[in-house]
Design a protein around this ligand. Structure first.
Ligand SMILES: *Cc1c(COP(=O)(O)O)cnc(C)c1O
Length: 548
């Protein structure tokens, strides 16, 4: 890095300079830019998981709460960021980082994202975004068509219509889910007679007018935690989010769903929305969407599909049938920052009916005028970046068949890994992959035998020890290993619904090879060797059980 001996000073002249377009290939900023790219690429090549340093130590580098009085040169500060921040961040795009839904990015997005930052368009209104607005509407149209497959006529009529909306672009699945349920709530409690609608009069009056004792949203017990936030901010309350039992494959039971709805209605609680999950966060399973749609049709309630993670599967003609029934949903959430490989901050909610979002339309005098095409009249968020541009670019550069290949290879790799795990005498596949997500744990054959034949008390005890082992291995692997898997807690029917800690793997990175997967297991075996005390307790209990 270019080292500056001088200290920077505060002057209007230097401030004006930082707002001026840098000139020439030799300008300091151009050099910094090149050096930064070089350093980032180096980091991305070398680090698998960032060098382990306790968070407590890292916090010391971020401990001053006062805003600096002394300005710094950009070059010096860049070095500071590389030393203190970049080196201690997480390399989410490493091929052996297979624990989360945040994955690798195609590199063409780095230079293209400059267009977004440099132009700094604000998508809240046309006046600050111009062509970015029709672009975003087109992206929403593309995703809408991916789900609902309407004809050309539909999109030429609605995609750019000022008074309609096919959906909303937002920062992520959480906001997308909140938006869908906001629309559903307002449609369920709409203006009627002398009641002006929940958006005007609020929930208390809405309950009085409609003679309800409460509202409910139903989702399987594997629903994402963002739905709790949605129930909370929409005034339904977290208890209004009613969990429905799942079967052995982590899918909602439609019969239980119907029974619960009947039960709620008897208590004058209005079930106004049911959510189908298309790709659960913990196990990657897909609810029987067509069955849920049938219940919703009968009960006249909004059917929302949370396909934040799994929605991208629709890109593959080979696997899109896994989500069959999604086209019956009133609304669908898809995160482009998960399996569409877009940087964070790209969520979408799509509505089947271009009129649905009227129930949340907002207008203001100076912007979002009635009849304008301002996107802000249908979004929960206000000022928003031109993120849709990156989705647009990826759709063109990768194309639908390109995404199909990416989706197919992820699913096939997950199947390979599942087979590999099942072939090991010392691992147990806990949830089979329906998409590219699976869970498993360490469970040697003789311990498995003991776990099967143990009485309930000992079974629980042994299972607890195994949970401790899984936790230990996952933490140690994250801290010191060459790879990263996450962990979660499931209640497999196979083990009497006991709380079971499992390794969770998401195989979205196309650069993850079968060799890497094999070495993940090998590494876990090695880590287990470093836990002789815990393994000793597991072995002792196993022996005791197997002796009986
Ligand atoms: C990731 C996810 C969400 C939340 O999305 P964010 O983009 O993190 O806000 C919601 N639902 C499901 C099923 C998800 O996988």
């Amino acid at each position: 890095m270019i080292s500056e001996q001088k200290t920077a000073n505060v002057s209007l002249e230097s401030l004006l300079r930082i707002f001026t377009v840098p000139e020439g290939p030799d300008s300091t900023l151009t050099q910094i830019e090149e050096e930064l790219s070089r350093n980032l690429n180096k980091f991305l090549r070398e680090h698998i998981v960032a060098e382990e340093k306790p968070l407590r130590d890292i916090e010391k580098d971020f401990s001053y709460a006062s805003i600096p009085e002394q300005p710094e040169f950009v070059s010096d500060h860049t070095q500071h960021l590389l030393d203190k921040l970049v080196s201690q961040s997480v390399h989410t795009s490493a091929p052996s980082f297979i624990g989360h839904m945040t994955s690798a990015l195609p590199y063409f997005l780095m230079p293209l994202s400059k267009i977004m930052i440099a132009l700094n368009q604000n998508l809240v209104k046309i006046e600050t975004s111009k062509a970015f607005t029709p672009l975003e509407r087109q992206v929403l149209g593309m995703l809408h068509r991916l789900i609902y497959q309407k004809d050309d006529g539909f999109y030429s009529q609605w995609m750019h219509s000022a008074n309609h909306s096919l959906g909303a672009f937002c920062s992520g699945g959480t906001i997308a889910n909140i938006t869908a349920l906001w629309v559903a709530r307002n449609n369920a409690l709409k203006a009627d007679g002398d009641f002006a609608g929940v958006e005007k009069e609020g929930l208390f009056r809405a309950m009085q007018h409609y003679n309800y004792d409460g509202l409910a949203i139903l989702v399987s017990e594997r629903g994402h935690y963002s739905l709790k936030k949605a129930a909370d901010v929409l005034g339904i309350g977290q208890q209004g989010l009613v969990p429905i039992k799942t079967d052995v494959n982590n899918r909602i039971c439609p019969v239980d769903l119907q029974n619960k709805i009947t039960e709620l209605k008897a208590k004058r609680i209005k079930p106004f929305a049911v959510i189908g999950v298309a790709g659960t966060t913990e196990t990657g399973n897909i609810d029987p969407l067509a069955d849920i749609a049938r219940v919703c049709q009968k009960e006249q309630c909004h059917f929302h599909v949370d396909a934040a993670w799994g929605g991208a599967t629709l890109m593959s003609n080979n696997y899109r049938s896994l989500l069959s029934g999604v086209e019956l949903a009133d609304s669908v959430t898809i995160d482009a920052h998960k399996q569409l490989y877009i940087p964070m901050g790209a969520g979408m909610v799509l509505f089947k009916d271009p009129n649905s979002m009227k129930s949340i339309e907002h207008h203001a005098q100076y912007i979002l005028r009635r009849g304008s095409k301002d996107l802000g009249s249908h979004t929960l968020e206000g000022s928003r970046s031109g993120m849709a541009m990156l989705v647009y670019a990826a759709m063109h550069i990768i194309s639908r068949p390109g995404y199909e290949l990416l989706i197919d290879q992820s699913i096939e790799k997950a199947r390979y890994f599942a087979d590999l795990i099942e072939q090991q005498p010392d691992f147990e596949l806990v949830s089979k992959p329906e998409l590219c997500l699976l869970t498993y744990r360490y469970l040697p054959a003789h311990v498995r035998v003991a776990l099967e034949k143990a009485d309930p008390a000992r079974q629980e005890l042994l299972n607890e020890l195994l949970n401790e082992l899984t936790k230990f291995v996952q933490k140690r692997q994250r801290e010191t290993g060459l790879s990263f898997v996450s962990r979660t807690r499931l209640n497999p029917a196979r083990w009497n619904n006991l709380n079971t800690i499992v390794f969770r793997v998401v195989l979205a990175n196309p650069l993850t090879t079968c060799d890497i997967l094999q070495s993940v297991l090998e590494e876990q075996r090695q880590i287990i060797l470093s836990a002789p005390k815990l393994m000793g307790r597991i072995e002792a209990l196993t022996k005791e059980i197997n002796a009986n």
